[in-house]
Design a binder for this molecule. Structure first.
Ligand SMILES: Nc1ncnc2c1ncn2[C@@H]1O[C@H](COP(=O)(O)OP(=O)(O)OP(=O)(O)O)[C@@H](O)[C@H]1O
Ligand SMILES: [Mg+2]
Length: 283
């Protein structure tokens, strides 16, 4: 079975080797992969996430929607350990992200623990943040080689597969500045997948692109969603895309989930006035 971050099922030949950290049981589809429990995040006096509870099961694609400032990016930044919650806990694949269990009690996690759990998470940002001085291939091999310690040859074989997956095989030898925004974003997607994350976080990854480049990037993501079993947590204003790929949609307002459900229900028959108002502005 391909691992969640793997290339499509017909190109898995090179992808069997470096799986290390998780037991088969933890990867079974349906097992809980991400859990926020009673998470509160404040900036000064402002409560941005308010005792938030939600979970994402392995292999599922969950989309976060909601008005600007409702806390969507904050959720992803907490998962990336770029922020810490004031209260509550976050678990990834059964391990606490910012805490660890020692002698039966929960203590603040050490850096090593955070680094290990953090490896399970990949993120693609609105601004692609590629390494400008590295060609496409090296952008994708750099972290697997230097962070995961993957042999260079193996990293290159995998990188070529992933670059093919995002439709850029002809651009391996280009620098980011020689690519369009859409192509750069597709490199960023390949680069995130190269780390074999168990969960891929996507934060409005098409919103910085010229309109004519958006469809190409969304097609690549649709392809990844439909042909791999990676878990995805997606923030997007592209509602057709959200409807296509999501197993569940969570509607946020003021740092709380006001409504959640399968995309058909959320987009066609939302229950809450707040969801209806929001969808009227984006659909
Ligand atoms: N580092 C920070 N310091 C202070 N306030 C912050 C910080 N980061 C975010 N906020 C505030 O937290 C709230 C939630 O921000 P967040 O970026 O999560 O919203 P969002 O739902 O992603 O919005 P958008 O759709 O505009 O991207 C906002 O009111 C924002 O101003
Ligand atoms: Mg945001």
């Amino acid at each position: 079975m391909p691992s969640p971050a793997d290339t499509p099922r017909d190109t898995t030949e090179t992808t069997e080797t470096t799986e290390t950290s998780t037991s088969p049981a933890s990867r079974a589809n349906g097992a809980e992969l991400v859990r926020f429990e009673n998470v509160t995040k404040r900036f000064g006096d402002v409560t941005v996430l308010d005792r938030l509870d939600f979970s994402v099961d392995t292999g599922k694609h969950v989309t976060l929607i909601g008005p600007s400032g409702s806390g969507k990016t904050t959720i992803l930044r907490l998962l990336m350990t770029l922020l810490k919650p004031e209260e509550g806990t976050i678990k990834v694949d059964g391990a606490y992200l910012t805490h660890e269990e020692r002698d039966g009690t929960l203590v603040k996690a050490g850096e090593k623990h955070v680094r290990e759990v953090r490896k399970k998470i990949g993120m693609v940002f609105q601004q692609f943040n590629l390494f400008p001085n590295m060609k496409v291939l090296r952008n994708v091999t750099e972290a697997p080689v230097h962070v995961l310690g993957m042999p260079k040859d193996e990293a290159e074989v995998r990188a070529r597969d992933l670059i093919e997956l995002v439709g850029l095989s002809e651009h391996l030898d280009k620098y980011p500045s020689q690519l369009s925004g859409g192509q750069q974003q597709r490199v960023a997607i390949a680069r995130a997948l190269a780390m074999r994350p168990q969960v891929l976080l996507l934060d409005e990854v098409t919103s910085a692109l010229d309109p004519e480049l958006v469809a190409g990037v969304l097609d690549v993501l649709r392809d990844i969603a439909h042909t791999t079993d990676i878990t995805m947590l997606v923030v997007t204003h592209e509602m057709t895309f959200a409807r296509d790929i999501s197993d569940a949609v969570l509607m946020f307002d003021n740092g709380r989930i006001v409504e959640s459900g399968p995309p058909d229900k959320m987009f066609s028959e939302p229950e809450h006035e707040r969801t209806r108002e929001f969808l009227a502005t984006v659909l």
